[in-house]
Structure formats: structure tokens, C-alpha cells
Design a binder for this molecule. Structure first.
Ligand SMILES: [Zn+2]
Length: 245
């Protein structure tokens, strides 16, 4: 009887754990990444190479950037950020915070602009590759209604092919493409652990609160732009990092 009771308890624990896992944002994130990876594979031309889930260290300040996919092509280098949010998404290139609307407007969530997040990835990628090439950043929403996003580099998996073909990225020779790919593959082998990356994110948030640019260690200074006041990096135009007041 006791044995049976133990078995039932174990089955319940396994069931609950599996249910929690499938509902977790980490699992949903992985599903989204896989969907975008499949779309990205369909966009390849001969010789194109893809690197998935790589964490790079910014040589300027030791901070880490996790990039979902990098396409290395003779058409250029593309850093691709995947988002797997459902519902209606509202945001633009200049907004610091984007909005997710669910359940007919009853649930509203805010999140950091994936375009700005990806701009940091592109910055770090350029530093790591020591490249003057223009690297293109693309944000792909694996699901959700993105009709209300006014972002020049945002698309659905279906729109990815078109975004890649009309993005402005510096073209590479086949030799340069292979060189960059080999370098990134080597870096991926020594990729930073998830734990260190999370620790770094916390450090980055602390620096931001102290008025230090998380991209290049510059000072954040108050500036006035077309859309009002904001914090910008003192190393502008070398660094384009901005933060809302
Ligand atoms: Zn900066």
C-alpha cells in the first residue's frame, strides 16, 4: 500500500514538473528559436553559414551578449534576435519599451525594445570580429500580431527572406565569409556559461543605474532630441546607446 502511495506521489510530481517546464518561458523561447532557425535555413544561398545561440564577450568591458542566430553570408553578416510573444505587439525603432497586448486588451505587458537589445548585439559582434563591415540586425517574431510595429528591421519568419535580401549589410568575399565563420565557431566552443551571462546582465543593470553606458563604458549624458530628452552615450557617434529618462 505504502509502495503504491509512493508511486502515485512520484507520478504527480513528474506530471507537475513536466507541465511547468512546457509552460515556461524558456521552453517557449526555444520553440520560437527553432521556428526562426527553420525559416533562416530556407533563406540560405550557396555557402551561407548559420551559428545558433552564441554568447559573446564585449572586449571593451567584459559584458556578455547572447545572440540567437548569426547568418554569415557573402551578402553580409546578420545578427538575428528571436521573440516568441503571442498577442498584439506595439513598438517602434525609437521606443525604449514595447508593449504586448493579450486577451482583447485585458492583459498588457511591457518589455525592453528588442531592436535596441539587438543593436547592442550588433555592436559587440563588430567588436569581437574587429570588423568595419556594416552588420545588419534583424528581429523576428516567431508568432504574434506584428502589424502595429513600425520597425525597419522587424519581421515574421515568412518575411525573413525579404528582410535579408534588402537589408544594408557589407558584402563579403567567400574567403572573408569563411574567416568570420571560423572565428565565430571557435568563440562558440569557448562560449560563456548561462550562469555567467545572467550574472553579467545583473551587473549591466547596476551600471546602467549608475549612469554608465553598458555597451562601451562611456558616461550617459542628458541630451535633447526630436522626441524630447533622453540619456545618450558620451562616446557618440562611436556608440549609439540611448536610454529613456
Ligand atoms: Zn556607449
Amino acid at each position: 500500500m505504502n509502495k503504491l502511495f509512493g508511486l502515485i506521489i512520484a507520478a504527480v510530481i513528474i506530471f507537475v514538473t513536466v507541465k511547468i517546464f512546457f509552460r515556461s518561458s524558456a521552453f517557449k523561447g526555444k520553440i520560437g528559436e527553432h521556428k526562426v532557425y527553420r525559416a533562416l535555413k530556407r533563406c540560405r544561398i550557396e555557402g551561407d553559414k548559420i551559428i545558433n545561440d552564441i554568447t559573446l564577450v564585449n572586449p571593451e568591458n567584459g559584458m556578455t551578449s547572447q545572440i540567437d542566430h548569426i547568418l554569415v553570408s557573402t551578402r553580409g553578416i546578420f545578427a538575428i534576435e528571436t521573440k516568441n510573444y503571442s498577442g498584439r505587439i506595439i513598438g517602434s525603432d525609437k521606443d525604449e519599451t514595447w508593449t504586448q497586448i493579450l486577451a482583447g486588451g485585458n492583459v498588457v505587458n511591457e518589455f525592453r525594445s528588442p531592436v535596441k537589445q539587438n543593436n547592442t548585439h550588433v555592436y559587440v559582434l563588430k567588436k569581437v570580429l574587429e570588423s568595419d563591415a556594416f552588420i545588419s540586425g534583424i528581429v523576428v517574431f516567431a508568432q504574434g500580431n506584428i502589424g502595429q510595429i513600425s520597425g525597419s528591421c522587424v519581421c515574421s519568419p515568412k518575411g525573413l527572406k525579404n528582410k535579408i535580401s534588402c537589408a544594408k549589410a557589407t558584402e563579403l568575399s567567400p574567403e572573408q565569409r569563411d574567416e568570420y565563420f571560423n572565428l565565430l565557431s571557435k568563440l562558440k566552443e569557448h562560449s560563456v556559461s548561462k550562469r555567467r551571462h545572467i550574472k553579467n546582465i545583473r551587473r549591466q543593470q547596476k551600471r546602467l543605474r549608475r549612469g554608465v553606458c553598458p555597451r562601451c563604458n562611456g558616461k550617459l549624458v542628458l541630451r535633447t532630441g526630436r522626441y524630447g530628452e533622453f540619456y545618450g552615450c558620451s562616446n557618440f557617434p562611436k556608440c549609439h546607446f540611448t536610454k529613456d529618462l
